[in-house]
Design a protein around this ligand. Structure first.
Ligand code: ADP
Length: 766
């Protein structure tokens, strides 16, 4: 690794530094921010054409039509709720260490989600004050006030609540349709927010479960919280917890980094411990030898850890607290981002809520409002002396709440936890291009989801095999993102169970900790849950492709519904509820990101050859079948070589994944084998081209095979069960598409390719 390798992340987006004074005073800043509301596009040039659908979907009722994909940074300081109204549930402190219980408990500032701004600026642009109107999305409130142009803050005074009345009217329109039923018996810590959401939607809650099926099942931890669901929708995907553990996420992103190094430079360079300790050591030594002035810092994170538990910083591989043998702890050691963006001299990170509405077709939504969590000790770049200062380096609430400096604030833009919009507002006021920041964040989210989807699909087919009755799934994820000083967003981790608590923990008497209602949590989280439910409303959904397949599937040549052409565009037909606080980003931006979905096509092949339902690993025979069917062996690459390849890769991966119960080749190992095969076959190309070429070859062979099967089935009186025939179609739309379409998809990829040398991953005889 070169020194540039280590600093790659810091040489990114050229943006105006946050610290620069705003050249045209805050009026300009405010206009920048208003621009942001009008439309934030992902700043890839191609995105221009795609904006329209989402605008329609926004169903916004603001005075000025605003916001396509942006959060609403004008969610500014609002008169908070009276703290004396809060009730207190006491309990003694007991910290949960489980990942699933990972918590944002501390929200103390007030939060209003999704505020949009219309500004009435007088003719004289130099006026120091101007009137503005704010409509708080998700609450229906309208506020009016004046912005002060000489500072960072805007003071807003609540005004007549017009939208509220409208909402009430909407509620009064009796819904004649049957209410949607929600089983909340497993909701755990998200129960309170869920209850409020169900109430707002006038749906029917079953807090103790129900003998007959419900439309929606809300689980607090995992898909498996309730094992006997055969229909409806569950708010967790099977395998999501496993996929988002630190090691698995790092592996998934690394695969993408090999294929698309520049597109995936938002994830810090990481090594998996203990297995990659040697590489880590050697690479760091080389970097230091090459350039004595380079003195990187690394952060070590235990694999299953959360809330900052067990995390520490090091400056040298010899400082790693490695233990030998069975004591060896699985962890990720990662390049430490030394120059984060600071606000009030403090490091902070962003918690963003993301909904994966469906895997097939892939549908992603991002919440317009998020949270920011602040450190409690002024930041200094890491040096030997301050390495152990957790209040300076780690933004976790669970740690910082124990610092004497932690500020429980009723305001959204002060204190140790603030709304994302309030921070973006501060940045906009300083002249930062927050459109760019936000579009980079959207790109980061989409790319990360694309990285984890292949393995998720493997889990999905194992738990809910096509052709068997089962529920469909959706899930809210919590993305933790750090902004670098140059405003480039960096992915820290993704939480499969972000806290949906709407209370925060507070010391209510000396030594006694209690849960106190948190209006900020309520605003953000109830909005996210309620709008997730609205999007999942079964009365508004066309059957998904997968459920259609389950019910019989598409025939060859039958048109697949256009993505996004579903009635959820306007989930609240009566207009009774506020506009959605979740914005669609995928498939909206398919054109910009589809070329990245190569690993998914490899996963489709893998699943095709898994065969027996419930399997997650490929046996040696299935691997041979794959090679034969795709005609990948020849006199230079015999079936004996195939067996050696299988054994070599599988053995190494079974060591790398110690908790693997099943024997055989998992998806990650298969991807490695696939890269190797691609490299052998298409030597002159770079890795991405090699992989695309091999994929095309395999898919063409399978298509030919399907053609033969079709002809056979026509000539037989009994055809294969349709569900089996169509299994591959559901997992890889490319396989179901005619050859010209597939070629177009590959060309789409070629437009984005860059030349890069590749390294051989498998040490197998040629
Ligand atoms: P946990 O799941 O235990 O919270 P995280 O990966 O979120 O683990 O890390 C905890 C905190 O450490 C983050 O909130 C962030 O403040 C800090 N952190 C994590 N990774 C990095 C990094 N690569 N560079 C700088 N700070 C980091």
């Amino acid at each position: 690794m070169s020194a540039t390798g280590l600093t790659a992340l810091s040489s990114s987006v050229p943006v105006r530094p946050a610290s620069l004074p705003c050249p045209a005073a805050s009026l300009t800043a405010f206009r920048i921010m208003c621009d942001h509301y009008v439309e934030v596009k992902v700043q890839l040039e191609q995105m221009k054409s795609l904006g329209e659908d989402a605008e329609k979907q926004g169903v916004d009722t603001e005075q000025v039509p605003v916001s396509s994909v942006s959060p609403d940074p004008s969610s500014i300081t609002l008169a908070g709720r009276d703290a004396s109204n809060t009730s207190i549930t006491c309990k003694h402190r007991g910290k949960s260490h489980s990942k699933s219980g990972k918590d944002d408990k501390n929200l103390c500032g007030k939060h209003i989600s999704g505020v949009s701004v219309s500004t009435h600026v007088g003719k004289n642009l130099n006026r120091l004050e101007h009137e503005q109107t704010l409509h708080i999305k998700g609450t229906g409130r309208i506020l009016q006030g004046k912005s002060e142009t000489n500072g960072n803050y805007v003071t807003i005074h609540p005004s007549k609540n017009i939208q509220e009345t409208r909402r009430e009217d909407g509620y009064n329109l009796a819904r004649k349709r049957k209410p949607v039923t929600v089983d909340s018996s497993k909701a755990k810590t998200s129960l309170e927010a869920l209850k409020l959401s169900i109430k707002q939607l006038k749906w029917k809650e079953f807090p103790l479960g129900r003998r007959t099926a419900c439309d929606i099942y809300w689980h607090g931890v995992s898909f498996h919280d309730n094992e006997h669901i055969v229909s409806g929708q569950v708010n967790k995907f099977p395998g999501m917890i496993e996929m988002l553990r630190k090691i698995n996420l790092s592996r998934a992103v690394r695969t993408m980094q090999e294929l698309f190094p520049e597109e995936y430079d938002f994830y810090p360079r990481s090594w998996i411990l203990p297995e990659e300790f040697q590489q880590f050591s050697t690479q760091i030594c080389m970097v230091k030898e090459n350039d004595a002035t380079v003195n990187p810092t690394f952060i070590v994170k235990p694999d299953g850890g959360s809330q900052g538990d067990g995390i520490y910083l090091i400056r040298d591989p010899s400082d790693l607290k490695l233990m030998a043998g069975s004591q060896a702890k699985q962890a990720v050691v990662q390049e430490y981002i030394q120059k984060p963006l600071l606000v009030d001299k403090l490091k902070f990170d962003i918690r963003l809520y993301v909904l994966i509405k469906s895997l097939e077709p892939l549908e992603i939504y991002i919440a317009k409002e998020g949270l920011t969590r602040f450190c409690t000790e002024p930041y200094q770049e890491p040096c030997q002396k301050n390495l152990s200062h957790v209040f300076m380096h780690l933004t976790n609430y669970s740690l910082n709440v124990h610092s004497g400096n932690f500020v429980h604030s009723d305001s959204q833009n002060t204190g140790s936890k603030r709304t994302l919009s309030s921070v973006l507002y501060r940045l906009a006021a300083k002249g930062v291009d927050i459109k760019k920041v936000w579009s980079d964040i959207i790109a980061l989210v989409i790319k990360t989801v694309i990285a984890v989807v292949p393995e998720l699909k493997v889990y999905y087919q194992a738990d809910i095999p096509p052709g068997k009755p089962g529920p469909t799934c959706f899930q809210i994820l919590g993305f933790d993102i750090l902004l670098m000083k140059n405003l480039k967003p960096v992915l820290l981790e993704v939480n499969s169970n972000p806290s949906m608590r709407i209370e925060h923990e507070q010391e209510v008497a000396p030594g006694v900790f209690g849960y106190v209602p948190s209006p900020v949590d309520e605003e953000v989280k109830v909005g996210v849950i309620r709008d997730t439910l609205r999007l999942m409303d079964p009365r508004h959904r066309k059957p998904s492709i997968s459920s259609q397949l389950r019910a019989g599937g598409f025939e060859h040549g039958e048109a697949i519904p256009v993505e996004g052409e579903t009635r959820e565009r306007n989930p609240d037909e009566g207009g009774a509820l506020p506009s959605l606080c979740l914005k669609p980003v995928y498939p909206k931006y398919t054109k910009q990101f589809n070329y990245l979905r190569l690993a998914e096509r490899i996963a489709a092949l893998f699943i095709r050859f898994l065969g027996v339902k419930g399997n997650m690993r490929l046996g040696p025979t299935a691997f041979r079948t794959f090679i034969r069917t795709c005609k990948l062996s020849n006199s230079n690459f015999t079936m004996a070589s195939v067996d050696i390849l299988y054994i070599d890769i599988t053995r190494r991966w079974s060591g790398a994944v110690p908790d693997s119960r099943e024997a055989g080749m998992g998806l990650q190992a298969f991807v490695e084998a696939f890269f190797y095969l691609a490299g052998r076959r298409f030597k002159s190309l770079v890795l991405r081209e090699q992989v695309v070429s091999l994929l095309e070859l395999c898919e063409a062979q399978l298509e030919a095979q399907l053609g033969i099967e079709d002809r056979r089935s026509l000539s037989c009186s009994r055809a294969l069960p349709r569900a089996i025939k169509t299994q591959t179609l559901s997992l890889n739309p490319l396989l179901s598409s005619p050859a010209p379409l597939r070629r177009a998809a590959s060309q789409d990829y070629r437009l984005h390719q860059r030349l890069n040398p590749r390294t051989l991953r498998a040490n197998v005889e040629n």
